[in-house]
Design a protein around this ligand. Structure first.
Ligand SMILES: [Zn+2]
Ligand SMILES: [Zn+2]
Length: 656
């Protein structure tokens, strides 16, 4: 809820229309006490609110009567809707049932085939996490079983799916967050107070400053500012860009960094999140908003990034302690949760179809003054993993969209054609007893290609050979299996209802540690997926060195190769590569399979805008080589008569 609404709310609570006491100067405490009255008024008289607290953007309601609240089914949902707030109900610690007895009781209450694997009790929050193989059975029809559980034991139950592959990242993040619980609570309280601070600015304007990622691919970062608030959208690194791979974070609009209100992330690729930890090194202490899978994948990729950099003796921009700060400050939001992140800004994430958890981020500014969405990287086509990107919003005046394949001739083959092409390359390589090396990003293309390979092998369309996964791919896959609700409906159906998880196929073999690579080098026939996707470091380099000399082998590119990367050079036909003191001769076959990209091709970009609802007044094209951004902008203008621009880095555009 923004302040004007809160003011309206308080007027109602006073019931006499007196506005003097509730002008825009209410402190967070006064806001809380006004809200407490409002909530109490809406609850049945036998449910008493004992305390109220902001926790980040959520409002936490403490009550001794959480059991009665559970009996009243939808009341919390209505309350949240009515007050337009994220509401969390917590039981007063006094009413909590003994954990061991609670566990016992719950096992009696749920159907025997729910497959409960674990319980975690958190005395701080009164929350109990039930890990089950079939969460739906624990929850029951419309949450009925879960309500029964709450009534019986007092704890607030949360049911999560027992992940079929244990992810060390997810486990690590959970353990870490538990260990810093008190500190995190204090941070969240501060963030909450800042979000609901009284708005003081009199002027009304909205601007966006381009800090990186304009007319280039890499170091994405934008500053969205109003008279009241500053929000940083993405903070990426240009992995192929050498020393100037950093966004312009030192410009006066950004400085001092601790005055930024919030950092919002579209997705977990390094060109969008690579430098987020650096913000904490520079003194940022505020919230990071993203989806739950983005948080997990981001931690994995940032840790991998500094590890790879250290191994290659490159300069490391931050230490792992800063990555922990990011985790501690991250507030996850699911698609569709409308959330206050500043006195004048509401944020909503929706599916971008690019990688797990990737989002189009929408900002509603100042009670309808302006609406702006950033697509991040997006795919406007149903893929093997995800549904197409969302392009319908309640309101929209400005769209900042990517244009990686925005050039007039950037058409991609369909997924089906791509699949057939990959099949053919694998068949001919295996037939001549060669190995197929596929450099991939750990996140996104790897899982897409894994699903294709699993299907080809299952249907005997290629020979059954081991598919080796090296360098974070297996771990990234484990994170995918921990968030199946972010996959498309077919895949969810396959996993949940038909009990077939393609990621668990026995064809996939994780290469554990560099010592095991020798075995893979010596295989007669194999398929290898290894990071990094553009050959700028990572274990794929070891495979390249071992396999490049033999023309029986094939190197297959399935993803975008940015200018300046080794991948791009080899793709262009370079056959002698200087590696340190040695020259590597590339004799293996080099092939490119287009069509697996997680980015929209030119046609999909245009279709996305054609079907945008509502039509925005203005479109800014970013995240693409200069000519592509310009070409996309001018053709969108010609077709749809929408004002378009392909801004330069460091430009600031006034939107209101
Ligand atoms: Zn991306
Ligand atoms: Zn990107």
């Amino acid at each position: 809820m923004g302040l004007p609404q809160l003011q309206r709310l308080c007027k109602i609570s006073q019931g006499n229309g007196t506005t003097d006491k509730i002008s825009g100067t209410m402190s967070a405490e006064e806001v809380l006490s006004a809200l407490k009255q409002e909530i109490q008024k809406r609850l049945p008289p036998d449910i008493r609110v004992s305390d109220l607290e902001f926790e980040g953007p959520s409002l936490v309601v403490y009550t001794e009567d959480s059991k009665k609240l559970a009996e009243n089914g939808d009341i919390v949902r209505f309350l949240a809707k009515d007050l337009r707030k994220r509401i969390v109900i917590r039981p007063d610690p006094k009413v909590l049932f003994d954990p061991e007895k609670s566990a016992e009781k719950i096992r009696e209450m749920v159907p025997p085939d729910s497959g409960i694997t674990n319980f975690h009790f958190d005395t701080e929050t009164g929350e109990m996490v039930i890990e089950a193989e079939k969460p739906g059975l624990v929850i029951g029809r419309h949450g009925s079983t879960l309500r029964e559980i709450t009534k019986e034991i007092g704890w607030i139950p949360r049911v999560v799916r027992a992940p079929p592959i244990e992810s060390t990242t997810v486990r690590g993040i959970r353990t870490y967050l538990r260990s810093v619980n008190d500190e995190r609570k204090a941070t969240l309280r501060q963030i909450g107070q800042k979000i609901y601070r009284p708005a003081t600015a009199r002027d009304q304007w909205v601007r966006v400053t381009m800090l990186g990622g304009c007319r280039e691919v890499g170091r994405n970062s934008f500053l969205l500012s109003t008279a009241e608030t500053r929000i940083l959208v993405d903070c990426g690194i240009n992995v192929g860009g050498g020393n100037d791979g950093t966004p312009y974070l030192y410009v006066p609009e950004v400085y001092p960094i601790n005055q930024i209100d919030a950092v919002v992330l579209t997705h977990a690729h390094l060109d969008h999140i690579g430098l987020v930890p650096l913000l904490f090194k520079y003194g940022y202490d505020g919230p990071i908003y993203c989806t739950p899978p983005t948080r997990d994948l981001m931690a994995l990729l940032q840790l991998d990034y500094i590890e790879v950099a250290a191994r290659d003796a490159k300069k490391i921009p931050y230490e792992s302690a800063m990555i922990r700060e990011v985790i501690k400050h991250t507030i996850t939001l699911d698609y569709g949760d409308v959330t206050d992140i500043a006195p004048d800004v509401k944020l909503t994430f929706s599916n971008a179809g690019h990688i797990l958890g990737s989002s189009v981020v929408h900002f509603h500014i100042g009670e309808g003054m302006h609406n702006i969405a950033f697509t991040g990287d997006f795919k406007y086509e149903k893929t093997l993993l995800f549904d197409p990107a969302t392009n319908s919003f309640p309101r929209l005046e400005t769209l900042v969209m990517e244009g990686t394949y925005g050039g007039a001739n950037d058409m991609q083959p369909s997924r089906k054609e791509a699949q057939a092409c990959l099949q053919e390359i694998i068949q001919r390589t295996l037939a001549r007893e060669g190995k197929v090396l596929i450099p991939t990003f750990a996140v996104g293309r790897s899982q897409e290609v894994m699903i294709v390979l699993e299907e080809l092998i299952r249907n005997e369309m290629i020979e059954k050979v081991p598919v080796y996964l090296d360098g974070m791919i297996y771990e990234a896959t484990a994170i995918h299996t921990a968030h199946p609700e972010y996959l498309n409906s077919e895949l969810r159906n396959l996993i949940f209802h038909r009990g077939m998880n393609p990621f668990l196929s026995d064809s996939f073999v994780q290469v554990e540690g560099s010592s095991k690579r020798e075995k893979v080098f010596n295989e007669k026939k194999a398929i290898i997926l290894a990071t990094s996707g553009m050959l700028n470091g990572g274990p794929v380099i070891e495979y390249l060195k071992a396999l490049a000399h033999d023309e029986k082998n094939t190197l297959v590119f399935v993803g975008y190769q940015a200018e300046g990367t080794l991948g791009r050079r080899i793709q262009k036909g370079w056959n002698e590569i200087q590696m340190g003191d040695n020259t590597l001769k590339i004799k293996m076959e080099v092939a490119t399979v287009d069509g697996f990209s997680g980015h929209s091709d030119r046609q999909q970009l245009v279709d996305y805008v054609r079907r945008l609802s509502p039509k925005p007044e203005r479109i800014l094209t970013v995240h693409g080589d200069g000519s592509k951004c310009i070409d996309l902008a001018s053709s969108l203008y010609r077709r749809f008569k929408i004002e378009t621009r392909s801004p330069l880095n460091l430009e600031t555009i006034r939107l209101v």
